[in-house]
Design a protein around this ligand. Sequence first.
Ligand code: C5P
Length: 251
Amino acid sequence: MSDESLTPRTAAVIPAAGRGVRLGPGAPKALRALNGTPMLVHAVRAMAASRAVRLVVVVAPPEDATGVKSLLADLTLPERTDVVVVPGGATRQESVRLGLDALPDDISVVLVHDAARPLVPVDTVDSVIEAVRDGAPAVVPALPLADTVKEVAPNPPGDAGAPEPVVATPERSRLRAVQTPQGFDRATLVTAHRAVEADGEGATDCAGLVERLGRPVVVVPGHEEAFKVTRPLDLVLAEAVLARRRANDGF
Ligand code: C5P
């Protein structure tokens, strides 16, 4: 048996079916351009940059799945990497599940990466994969927080502008802001998704589903360039990062 056949095969699932309403009106968020290239294309390239990633499953907005397929068909990627496009669902969780359903049997490590984090560096992707290969069932890249965080008692909808009472101030040094790609042992992630389907309760990230199973989740260092493009100012920042990369290394 060659070393290659012993290496766990890795796929990346990119949920990209969100509307991105916080960015303002327009195309689905993943299809918004950064320096003329759709965010999703940057995200696919970021996953394919890792030598370990053999397959990228893009979960597209259902109404745009055909367009996304032709967009990605034109893309030049390393020969080792295949791309598959599947239509997404109503929530991020459902979109990820649809992506997992599309994985071939020989994949044993799965990354889940937000299309909205187009600029994650390859070193971050590789360190997540390595931690899963070293035996962690779930791995999340994360950074310490710059801001102190308050827990509040949120106002009822309709009363959004009123002051909110503070309930607690968690100790900042124990908090981490979580990014993607999150990496998983495939069987663990599939079990976590099945459990939550039965239970009906969602989580804002896949690692949260694994935590509910009582399985260990570990954090590895994230990267400031793996930030999520959520608001209009994030687009400005993302274009500045791309301009800096181009100036530094002709990216
Ligand atoms: O809305 P949010 O920024 O948390 O979305 C995170 C990621 O999940 C985005 O890449 C978005 O496209 C994806 N998503 C999805 N299907 C949905 C909602 C969000 O694939 N129904």
